[in-house]
Design a protein around this ligand. Structure first.
Ligand SMILES: *Cc1c(COP(=O)(O)O)cnc(C)c1O
Length: 376
C-alpha cells in the first residue's frame, strides 16, 4: 500500500468494495519498464485499466496505447493521445469499428487471419498492419490460449498478401500470455519472429517492426523475476536474431503498469464453518468473482489479502464473494490462511489489484453496484 492510498483510506473511509489506485505508482512502473527496455516504445494495454487519470498520466509520459476496441480508442483520444500513438491490437474487429478507427486517424492494425486482412484492406486502405503469431503460453498464470495468433507459414503468406492488396506490411506480434513468469517464453517467440523476418526478406517483403506484446508479471502470492531480467532477456534474444539491424520494437504492458498501483478494499460479511469441527472457515467478502476479481477463475491469480489482524494466529480458509452464484468462490484449493480473529465487519485489502478488476465487474448482478473507483 502506498502512503497516498493509506492516507485516502484513513481520511475518506470510502464505502466498500472499492478500488483505490495511486497514479504516481503508474508513473513509476512506466519509468521502470522504459528503463528495462529503453529502445522499445511502450503501448499501454488499455484493457488492464482504462480510467481517465491513468490514460492522462501516460499521455504526459509519452506512452502509446494498445486498444482492443473503438471505445478504448475513444478513451485514449479523450485523454489527449494522438491517433498515430494508438494501435488497434485486437485481431477480431467489427467492420464498423475498423471504419471508425480509420476515420479517427488510427493507422496501425493487428490481424491473424486472411479474412481479417481483407477487412482491413477494404476499410483501412494503406494502413500499417502486423500479423500476430501463435506462440507458447507456457509459464503464464493467465494464458491467452489458442484464441489468437496464426502459424508461421500462414503469417508468411498473409504478410506477402498484405502488400499486394494495398496495405503496408509493417511487422509481426505475439503475446506470451499474461502474468508470464518466465523470460524464456519471450526468447523463444523472438526466435520465431526472427526466422520469419529473414524468410520474408528473401521473398521481397521488408518488415520493420516487432511487437513483443505484454505479459510482464506482478508480484502476487509468489515472487516473480524483476522487470530488468525480462528486459535483458529480450534484448539478448533480439540481438542474437537480428544483429545490428534491429527493427522497431513495441511492447504492450498492461498488468505491469497498473497492477501494483492499486488495491481493493473490501469488508468481511460473514465468517463461518460448514460443520462444527470443520477446520476450514468460510470467509465471505463483499467482493467476489462478479464484483471484479474475475482473474481468480481457476484460482489463477492469487492475490495477497491484508487484514487488521495480520501477524496473529491463522487458520485455513476458503474465500468467497457475496453473490448467490456457486461459481462466486475466490479460493478453495489454494491453501489460503487468514487470522483466527477475523470477523464480520473487518476491512480487508486485496493487494495489487489495479489491473483487470474494474472492467471485469458485473453490472448489478444480484443488485450489487459496479466496483467504485478512486484515483489518488
Ligand atoms: C491483454 C493484452 C496485452 C496486455 O497484457 P498484460 O499481460 O496485461 O501485459 C497486451 N497486448 C495484447 C494484444 C493483449 O491482448
Amino acid at each position: 500500500m502506498t502512503p497516498k492510498i493509506a492516507q485516502f483510506l484513513r481520511d475518506r473511509q470510502p464505502a466498500t468494495p472499492c478500488l483505490v489506485l495511486d497514479v504516481d505508482r503508474v508513473e513509476e512502473n512506466f519509468r521502470a519498464m522504459k528503463q528495462a527496455l529503453p529502445i522499445a516504445q511502450i503501448y499501454y494495454a488499455v484493457k488492464a485499466n482504462p480510467a481517465p487519470p491513468i490514460l492522462q498520466r501516460l499521455v504526459k509520459l509519452g506512452s502509446c496505447f494498445d486498444a482492443a476496441g473503438i471505445e478504448e480508442i475513444e478513451f485514449c483520444l479523450a485523454a489527449g493521445a494522438q491517433p498515430d500513438w494508438i494501435s488497434f491490437g485486437n485481431t477480431i474487429k467489427k467492420v464498423s469499428a475498423i471504419q471508425r478507427a480509420y476515420a479517427a486517424g488510427v493507422s496501425l492494425f493487428a490481424f491473424d487471419s486472411a479474412e481479417e486482412l481483407e477487412k482491413l484492406a477494404a476499410h483501412a486502405p494503406g494502413s500499417r498492419v502486423y500479423c500476430r503469431l501463435l506462440v507458447e503460453n507456457e509459464g503464464a498464470d493467465w494464458p491467452l490460449s489458442r484464441k489468437f495468433g496464426t502459424t508461421v507459414e500462414t503469417a508468411r503468406d498473409l504478410m506477402i498478401r498484405a502488400g499486394r492488396i494495398g496495405l503496408d506490411p509493417f511487422g509481426l506480434s505475439f503475446h506470451v500470455g499474461s502474468q508470464q513468469t518466465t523470460t524464456s517464453s519471450y526468447e523463444a517467440a523472438i526466435g520465431k519472429v526472427g526466422m520469419l523476418f529473414t524468410d520474408l526478406k528473401e521473398a521481397g517483403v521488408n518488415l520493420r517492426m516487432v511487437n513483443l506484446g505484454g505479459g510482464f508479471p506482478v508480484r502476487y502470492s509468489s515472487e516473480v523475476p524483476e522487470i530488468d531480467r525480462f528486459g535483458d532477456a529480450i534484448m539478448g534474444a533480439m540481438t542474437k536474431h537480428f544483429g545490428n539491424a534491429l527493427p522497431e520494437m513495441l511492447i504492450e504492458p498492461g498488468r505491469f503498469i497498473v497492477g501494483n498501483a492499486g488495491l481493493v478494499q473490501a469488508e468481511v460479511v460473514l465468517v463461518c464453518r460448514k460443520g462444527k469441527d470443520d477446520p476450514v472457515r468460510w470467509v465471505y467478502l463483499d467482493i467476489g468473482r462478479f464484483g471484479g476479481l474475475a482473474e481468480t477463475e481457476g484460482e489463477a491469480i492469487k492475490y495477497r489479502i491484508a487484514t487488521p489482524h495480520d501477524g496473529m494466529a491463522t487458520g485455513p480458509v476458503a474465500i468467497a464473494g457475496p453473490t448467490c452464484d456457486g461459481a462466486d468462490i475466490l479460493y478453495e484449493k489454494s491453501n489460503y490462511r487468514m487470522p483466527l480473529a477475523l470477523s464480520c465487519g473487518d476491512k480487508v485489502e486485496v493487494l495489487d489489484a489495479g489491473a483487470y478488476v474494474t472492467t471485469y465487474a458485473a453490472q448489478r448482478f444480484n443488485g450489487f453496484l459496479p466496483l467504485a473507483e478512486h484515483y489518488v
